[in-house]
Design a binder for this molecule. Sequence first.
Ligand code: B12
Ligand code: SF4
Length: 447
Amino acid sequence: MKLLLIAPAGLEVQGVKGKHVHHLNLALIAALAEPYFDEIKVIEEEFERLDLNETADLVGITMMTCQAPRGYFLADHFRKRGIRTVCGGSHASFMTSECQEHFDSVVINEVEMVWAEIMRDFQSDTLKPVYHTNQLIDLKDLPMPRKDLFFNAGTTLNAQVLQTGRGCPLGCNFCTVTLMYGKKFRTRPVEHVVEEIKRFPSRLFFFVDDNIFLSREYAYELCEALIPLKIKWGSQGSMELICRDEELLKLASKSGCISLFVGIESIDQETLNAAHKSFNKVKNYEENIKKMRRAGINVVGAFIFGFDQDTPKTFDKVYAFAMKNRLAMVNTGVMTPFPGTEVYKRVKSEGKIFDNNWEHYTGANLVWNHPTMSKGEIEEFYTKFRQKFYSWPSIFKRFWANRAHPLYYFGMNFTHWWRAYRNGKRALPSVAPSLPGLLELPACDKL
Ligand code: B12
Ligand code: SF4
């Protein structure tokens, strides 16, 4: 029996297609599937070509919203060939009926607690249209993800992905994380995280967690355990939580943390309050950024443009803020009503969505009628903002404040410069040269 797991093409980051980050979900599903299949193949279309004649007994497809059109095409194609298909991920979890038109089975939210049932039904050829349970997995029971099945066993410049926790109690109105993984923050035993890191030759890791320091106690335990591993790592979190403890920040830095992506979203408190993100305190932003920098951690500020309250002036204000605070990088998104979110429900019920082509739901396109700005305006301001922030004078101006990691700083800023100026015309080459010291690329024979 053969299982083929696919991450369809369609991903764009900051408006640019290309090779980004490996899909941890497929590696996890491959691990769950091991007892049931003789052969398991993982194809991430952004990394390698999928042969449409590929054989399989079951095809599993993961989809973020912008991957859905390609995912549907592939599902229809494999079904025509008589192969069973199943899908999951953030799109399937909220657009379940639409996905049912293309797939034999759709998994809502986490798959771990329903996987055995899916396998039983698959073996007896009685797959159900939908699998859903409210039971969330205890992360101590997660299997070791089969990342060796990634293209080149994942040992390209793209950092190794792993996860230490799931769930977020904060529930921002543009995000699906609380809905998919619950309010309760669950953590994985630190020894399992360490074991996963030791299994792979990479020295550069991206913890795909949504809110890495939600539990201070766990964060201490994790960072202490990472120190002897001598890795470099980055992750994501809420600045207020990350910065509540400077000792923890220093420890994180000592454990190899080089950069943290923080959801600043807006520099207007009223806007944040309306987005159910009042736990972000604008008055603390500057001091918190300084704290992170003092600890030697590069700050990647994430902003959303297109809140109802935003005007053309917002772009200038955010630019001034980002420059004044010498952010190492910014990650900008155009407000997108992703299925399942409160924003989606609201703009949908108000009849404001004018673009239903999921391919455009990449976070770089306006797909709904903003109260004051047109699509053309928002997208133009967005592009100009990125071009200004990632211009070479700006990159040099921000360097000194971020000199703790010069190689990382210039590598990432160069990547963003390329994305901002090429803007979708051409993506960066996939297998860029390795960064000495950050990533080792030995043959993956230890796995
Ligand atoms: C890492 C990450 C990225 C990475 C790469 C993603 C990748 N290659 O997997 C990068 C940095 C590139 C990225 C970019 C973006 N991301 Co992102 N990202 C994440 C994040 C934080 C973790 C993904 C992950 O690995 N999770 C861990 C795995 C184990 O969980 P999972 O994917 O949900 O899989 C489980 C189930 O869903 C299910 N499952 C999933 N797939 C399948 C398939 C089958 C066959 C089955 C049976 C089950 C199944 O089983 C898994 C185990 O339980 C998620 C949030 C989250 N917590 O998941 C957001 C998330 C996926 N991202 C999101 C968004 C919005 C974006 C951006 C658009 C943001 C922006 N404005 O720039 C960009 C652009 C990407 C694009 N759409 O073009 C949204 C997706 C919304 C949507 N409906 O599309 C999420 C959900 C966060 C949110 N705010 O709501 N992202
Ligand atoms: S945006 Fe971040 S803080 Fe808000 S609900 Fe999503 S994961 Fe939690």
